[in-house]
Design a protein. Structure first.
Length: 367
């Protein structure tokens, strides 16, 4: 079979038949060997009966969520290519031949683009202003910066994929995050992708309403993008904090001829330890992101070849012994008050790294 058309559905009785008829028309008109799959996510408004009356393939997805519905629909698809679109008539299914033609040129994923920046068009009242001016542009630009995606509309719900390529990957998103997860994972897997402009129409719902939860879905998306990009969210901020603590201490020493003050050393120690901890969180995040498949594997292979759990424990235990020896031996570095603070921060730092090392090792236990 050449093409499977997957329409995730949750109470789309107002528009479902119109979408099915458009899809059938394009299949027949262009002599496409295809099928239409309605991936129902618990409709109670007669959508299932409408689909059944139109003789299309229906699957019942018990686990709620857009991602679950789409993933189950793709799993049930028999086509070489799978086109995904919403069942609310906001995407024109007469565009099916254009997507399929482009995909057959050797692409693994073709993403639709509704925004003028990618040549698309959004009809009046077709998209909330908050999504149009803030949400989608924000997440699109963050995805470009953090992951190197080239799309101008990461949340477009109309796309076509090559199923064989999709089957090589694993996905976890249950909700709307799937829209971005699939783009990132195809990029990480070196897929050949492109984008084509489309028009977003005002959906045809009369009784129903949008399933997108602006605040909840937006927050989940922000969390996903940031946590799965440790370089920008952890490593750079942590490194900047370390640099700030060292520069601040150096400037304080130069400016204060009388020596380092208690405030200076407290500030230095606090920011230094926080910086180290943020970098350690970056290590955790990198391992998790690799396991989720949203960044390439072995990003930290060189690091872990040098800094093993055994070496970390040994070095920090030696460091702790030296610190305790200097402290109990009454060694003087600066003033007693300053020395006490330095010894305390040194012990806290060492113990923090030891426990973080155990946790990193635990995350990598299957490696």
């Amino acid at each position: 079979m050449e093409l499977s058309i997957v329409l995730p559905c949750l109470n789309e009785a107002d528009t479902l038949e119109k979408c099915i008829l458009k899809a059938k028309s394009q299949i027949d008109k262009n002599k496409i060997k295809g099928e239409i799959i309605i991936s129902d996510n618990g409709s109670t408004d007669g959508s299932i009966e409408i689909a059944r009356n139109n003789n299309v393939h229906i699957i019942n997805v018990k686990k709620r969520g857009y991602g679950n519905a789409v993933r189950e629909g793709i799993s049930a698809a028999n086509g070489e290519y799978v086109l995904i679109a919403d069942a609310d008539d906001s995407y024109d299914l007469n565009e099916i031949p254009r997507f399929l033609k482009k995909a057959k040129m050797g692409f693994d994923l073709i993403q639709g683009c509704r925004f003028p920046s990618g040549g698309g068009n959004i009809e009046k009242n077709a998209m909330p202003i908050s999504h149009r001016l803030f949400g989608n542009p924000l997440f699109t630009n963050m995805s470009k910066l953090f992951y190197g995606l080239k799309y101008n509309d990461v949340y477009c719900g109309m796309k076509i994929i090559r199923k064989n390529f999709y089957n090589k990957l694993t996905f976890f998103s249950k909700g709307m995050i799937f829209c971005i997860e699939i783009l990132i994972k195809f990029k990480v897997a070196n897929a050949r992708t492109d984008e084509i402009p489309i028009t977003l129409y005002k959906d045809g719902r009369i009784k129903g309403s949008s399933h997108l939860k602006t605040f909840t879905d937006g927050l989940q998306t922000l969390k996903f993008i940031l946590i799965c990009c440790p370089k920008w969210f952890f490593f750079i901020p942590g490194s900047l904090m370390l640099l700030y603590s060292l520069l601040n201490l150096f400037i304080s020493v130069i400016a204060n001829k009388a020596g380092i003050s208690t405030v200076n050393i407290l500030e230095f120690g606090t920011f230094f330890i926080i910086g180290i901890q943020i970098i350690m969180l970056g290590l955790f995040s990198t391992i998790i992101a690799e396991n989720l498949g949203v960044i390439k594997k072995n990003n930290l292979k060189g690091f872990f070849n040098i800094f093993t759990l055994k070496k970390s424990l040994l070095l920090n235990l030696i460091f702790l012994i030296v610190v305790y020896f200097l402290e109990f031996n009454g060694t003087t570095i600066y003033e007693k008050e300053i020395d006490d603070i330095l010894f305390s921060f040194s012990k806290i730092l060492s113990i923090t790294i030891i426990f973080n090392s155990f946790f990193v090792s635990l995350l990598r236990i299957q490696d």
